[in-house]
Design a protein around this ligand. Structure first.
Ligand SMILES: Nc1ncnc2c1ncn2[C@@H]1O[C@H](COP(=O)(O)OP(=O)(O)OP(=O)(O)O)[C@@H](O)[C@H]1O
Ligand SMILES: O=P(O)(O)O[C@@H]1O[C@H]([C@H](O)CO)[C@@H](O)[C@H](O)[C@@H]1O
Length: 165
């Protein structure tokens, strides 16, 4: 049987081509991140991001790219394929792709989204992505950090629970 949400997963090249051909209608909202253990903060933030435009595209750091970010030797816990599948299964997400670099800058420049979004743990004013999106008339939006959730906190909780076993 077909897993319907898997059609939302695009290679980088297919994604760029789909945007060029208007198959991912604008306003195009772009966000990126690791999304290692999906939590309520993520899904609320993605729902808010989707409401800013017509298409929400999520770019996930590849496993090699996550290792460049220094989040810890054990990260990512979930592979890029699994992280992309979890995101594609969400109603708020229209398309998912992956990037190999340590930042999404080159992908953003290729896609030229109308809006880029991060969570409120980022200061959009200092991100290089913000300067890029503004250069073609787009906007950078921070969505308030919500529910006091993070993958790091969940990992700590699991480790603490394992120690008391
Ligand atoms: N609780 C939250 N509320 C709003 N946005 C969030 C929240 N947690 C993460 N985000 C946003 O989701 C995107 C992906 O973040 P990320 O996967 O780094 O989340 P995280 O749970 O904080 O992970 P980690 O603990 O590994 O840093 C980022 O743009 C981040 O700002
Ligand atoms: O999941 P994270 O750690 O929020 O994702 C990172 O975001 C960075 C951000 O866009 C600041 O430039 C990005 O550079 C990094 O590659 C991760 O996607």
């Amino acid at each position: 049987m077909t897993i319907r949400f898997e059609t939302k997963i695009w290679t980088r090249e297919a994604c760029i081509e789909a945007v060029r051909l208007g198959r991912l209608p604008r306003p195009l909202v772009f966000t990126n991140g690791v999304f290692d253990i999906l939590h309520r903060g993520h899904v609320s933030y993605l729902d808010e991001a989707a409401q800013l435009g017509r298409t929400l595209l999520v770019a996930v750091n590849s496993d090699a790219s996550v290792r460049m970010l220094g989040k810890g030797d054990e990260r990512p816990l979930n592979s890029q394929e699994d992280r992309m599948a979890m995101l594609a299964a969400l109603a708020s997400v229209d398309a998912v792709t992956c990037f190999e670099e340590s930042t999404p800058q080159a992908l953003i420049e290729a896609l030229r989204p109308d809006i880029i979004v991060k969570g409120g743990d980022y200061d959009m004013e200092v991100l290089p992505e913000t300067a890029a999106v503004r250069s073609w008339g787009g906007k950078a939006v921070a969505i308030p950090f919500a529910h006091d959730r993070s993958t790091t906190k969940l990992v700590r909780k699991i480790m603490a629970a394992a120690k008391t076993d």
